[in-house]
Design a protein around this ligand. Structure first.
Ligand code: ADP
Ligand code: ZN
Ligand code: ZN
Length: 734
């Protein structure tokens, strides 16, 4: 008698293993394929898991082995290629398989929803389009009305027709019989292609070379690093490369930073490529996410654009992966499954045997090092196309400058000049709120968060103190609890700058763009379109302004406080500051007008700033890489960070101490364990935080160590008294 096969199933739990089940009774032949979903009993619950392997034996004794309830799919929801990538990812990042798979599947599929359901959509045929609607309206008004709706929409669903046309079915049937309309089964209504494709500009020589190199990599793995200064036309290069991919009948996967996935970006892609776009990001409602997922998987959408988790998009026929702004920190997930979508994009492309293009004006030092070692092919775009000139950049020494509200006289005069000449001004300050401190000038007391080692930020509009680390809020104290003197807001936040400028420059609008001012859906787009109108205005904003947006009317950029990044504690602080300065400077003078950039600092002789100004980002990066090599930081070493936190300060240290003792005998080939030490912000949201750093001269030695060490971590003494996580290739050591 043949034994029933054993199913090894990934289940969305924090346990770092697969679970064995006996196959359900009488599974349809051929249905036990890895990648199909399986409904199984799990403790007292029934859950949906994904079949990873079929085996003929289990370590469980037969009486412990439970039987799976049913197989949910006739075809795998995760094909062999994607399963292989996910398997690689859970091993590399040492993360529980079930949680890794959950990252790749839309929520409705994780709950057992139908992967293949289709909807009927109605379309106009060419004959229908050629019909004279006015003439038809006289004979058959209902048919004419329905036909008119079909001409306007591409792929109207039954629901849309009912909403617009009331009882429409008889008319639609008549149109169908006459060949004026047709019915199709599609996976959903996606971002429909526009009626007309907008042609792009003629490429310049550097862009053409880049496109040629990408085209030449078709059908094989190659990593290409497109290093183009801001406004040099990187997106045009992607668009051309993607056109060839579509022409070959293949799909393009485009990853953009969280903040870069604006309606503007999507419009630009769809207007140029003229194909339906599947858009994937975490903010999508479940239904939309599922339909985008289906369209990507079925190949119905040749272009898939998304943020971080879109690296796991199911694709029918992938031909290229593009990672725009590859240096952006949002490609790394900072909690739970801590993967880097940029790195996984490269891994996926290698497994698929297709090219991957990483683009940035300020590539990460890791990618530049890969280009130096000729693992990545460097494609430079050193100039802006046409008449657009790079901006001139100057430092403004704020020592002894009698500024107003953090804006120096130099900068104020420049603002006046640019506004009078009809330009727009952009001021960058990486601090939301009104003031970063609520302060007693008598004794120096300042309002602290009760739950974090951090100051509260004063928000004037809401008249609240708010902690930017744990989001707790409270009304501001009126008088100092220590000396009873009145308290005042000290320092500058975007809200305060906005208020000050509205007084100072009453003749122009002041537009603030930060997380507070754009909380409402559609608000960012609305503010940006006001800027794009081109009239003189002052833009004040945070990080949100430095990424991806084009402000052709901006002729002056002011960085209000570069000092914030100069003395960071993290080994990446320099790199982040240089990227921020270059990115925000790049917003100036994109069109015909030359731009000017003023950077305020109290430390104008700082080597980072002088190097950046004299030699640009490449010069800075060369020096920063030398420093990293000298001080044994990535990319010359590989890191993993074990973090732990708890309500008291001892538990994290006890746990990390146990981890250290377990790790020391296993550390070989130069692997070192450093710590445990308190995190830079020791207490956050009421929890005490500490960490243990693993540093290795090579990636392979790190992973040999992790192979033996990581499995011990869940069972170490004190593991249950802390929340702990292992971060492989951490982006920051905070
Ligand atoms: P990036 O992605 O590098 O920031 P974009 O591709 O968005 O740059 O190009 C910046 C601007 O320059 C856009 O308005 C784009 O239409 C324009 N542009 C790009 N390439 C050319 C070209 N070869 N000739 C003229 N304009 C171009
Ligand atoms: Zn006081
Ligand atoms: Zn707090």
């Amino acid at each position: 008698m043949s034994k029933s096969p054993i199913l090894r199933v990934a289940i969305d739990t924090p346990l770092a293993r697969l679970f064995d089940y006996a196959a359900p009774a009488g599974p349809p032949p051929g249905s036990l394929v890895p990648g199909v979903r399986v409904r199984v009993p799990f403790g007292p619950r029934k859950v949906v898991g994904v079949l990873i392997e079929v085996s003929d034996q289990s370590e469980l004794p037969p009486n412990k082995l439970r039987r799976a309830l049913s197989i949910l799919d006739t075809q795998p929801v995760l094909d062999a290629e994607l399963l292989e990538l996910l398997r690689w990812a859970w091993r590399y990042y040492r993360h529980p398989p079930g949680e890794v798979l959950a990252a790749a599947l839309p929520a409705s599929l994780r709950k057992g929803g139908d992967a293949l359901a289709t909807v009927t959509t109605w379309h106009v045929t060419p004959a229908g389009r050629a019909t004279n609607l006015t003439a038809m309206a006289r004979r058959a008004p209902k048919q004419a009305a329905v036909l008119a709706t079909l001409c306007r929409t591409d792929g109207a669903t039954d629901e849309v027709l009912s909403r617009h046309e009331g009882s429409w079915r008889a008319a639609a049937k008549a149109l169908l019989d006459k060949g004026l309309a047709e019915k199709r089964q599609s996976l959903s209504a996606g971002v429909a292609p526009p009626a007309d494709i907008t042609p792009g500009p003629q490429l310049n020589a550097a862009q053409r070379d880049a496109v040629t190199a990408i085209d030449a990599a078709a059908g094989r793995f190659e990593s290409l690093l497109l290093h183009g200064i801001t406004g040099s036309g990187k997106t045009e290069v992607y668009l051309h490369a993607i056109e060839s991919v579509i022409a070959r009948g293949e799909q393009a996967l485009v990853l953009v930073p969280e903040i870069g996935l604006t309606p503007q970006t999507i419009r630009r892609f769809s207007n140029r490529l003229g194909v339906p776009l599947a858009v994937l990001h975490s903010g999508l409602a479940a239904g939309k996410r599922l339909s985008a997922w289906r369209q990507a998987r079925s190949g119905e959408c040749p272009v898939v654009v998304g943020t971080r988790s879109a690296v796991f998009a199911a694709l029918k026929n992938p031909g290229i992966i593009v990672v725009d702004e590859e240096h952006d920190a949002s490609f790394k997930q900072h909690e739970g499954f801590r993967y880097s979508a940029r790195d996984l994009a490269v891994v996926r492309a290698r497994k698929l045997g297709i090219p991957v293009v990483l683009g940035s004006a300020t590539p990460s030092l890791e990618s530049l090092e890969n280009a130096r070692r000729e693992r990545y092919r460097l494609l430079p775009l050193p100039q802006r196309p046409g008449a657009a000139k790079p901006p001139s950049v100057r430092l403004v020494d704020t020592r002894g400058e009698p500024g107003e509200s953090g804006i120096s006289g130099n900068l104020l005069r420049a603002m006046q000049r640019h506004l009078t000449a009809g330009g727009q001004v952009l001021l960058f300050l990486n601090r939301r709120g009104f003031a970063p401190a609520w302060f007693c000038t008598e004794c120096g007391w300042s309002a602290q968060c009760m739950r974090c080692d951090a100051r509260m930020t004063y928000h004037r509009q809401r008249d609240l103190l708010r902690c930017h680390h744990c989001s707790s809020e409270r009304p501001p104290e009126n008088t100092c609890p220590d000396c009873s003197n009145p308290l005042i807001p000290v320092g500058q936040g975007t809200e305060r700058i906005e208020e000050h400028l509205a007084d100072r420059f009453p003749e122009v609008p002041v537009i603030r763009i930060d997380r507070d001012s754009t909380r409402q859906r559609g608000e960012l787009d609305r503010l940006l379109s006001r800027v794009r109108s081109g009239d003189p205005c002052i833009l004040v904003g945070t990080q949100m302004l430095t990424k991806g947006h084009h402000f052709p009317g901006v002729t002056l950029v002011g960085v209000l406080n570069a000092d914030q990044g100069l003395f960071g504690t993290d080994f990446r602080a320099n790199e982040r500051l240089a990227q921020m300065i270059v990115q925000v400077s790049g917003r100036a003078g994109r069109a015909e007008r030359a731009g000017e950039v003023l950077i305020q600092t109290s430390c104008p002789e700082h080597p980072l700033l002088t190097r950046l100004l004299e030699d640009g980002y490449t010069g800075f990066a060369g020096e920063a890489l030398d420093e990293r090599r000298a001080s044994h930081w990535p990319p010359y070493t590989s890191l993993a960070l074990l973090r732990a936190n708890a309500m008291d300060n001892d538990a994290p240290f006890a746990y990390l101490g146990a981890a250290l003792r377990a790790g020391e005998p296993l550390a070989a080939d130069g692997v070192e364990l450093l710590g445990p030490a308190s995190s830079v912000m020791q207490r956050r949201a009421g929890r005490y935080r500490a960490q243990l750093l693993v540093q290795s001269p090579t990636r392979s030695a790190l992973h040999r160590f992790l192979d033996r060490w990581a499995p011990l971590l869940p069972d170490l003494a004190g593991a249950r008294k802390v929340r702990w996580s292992l971060d492989v290739d951490p982006q920051d050591l905070q």
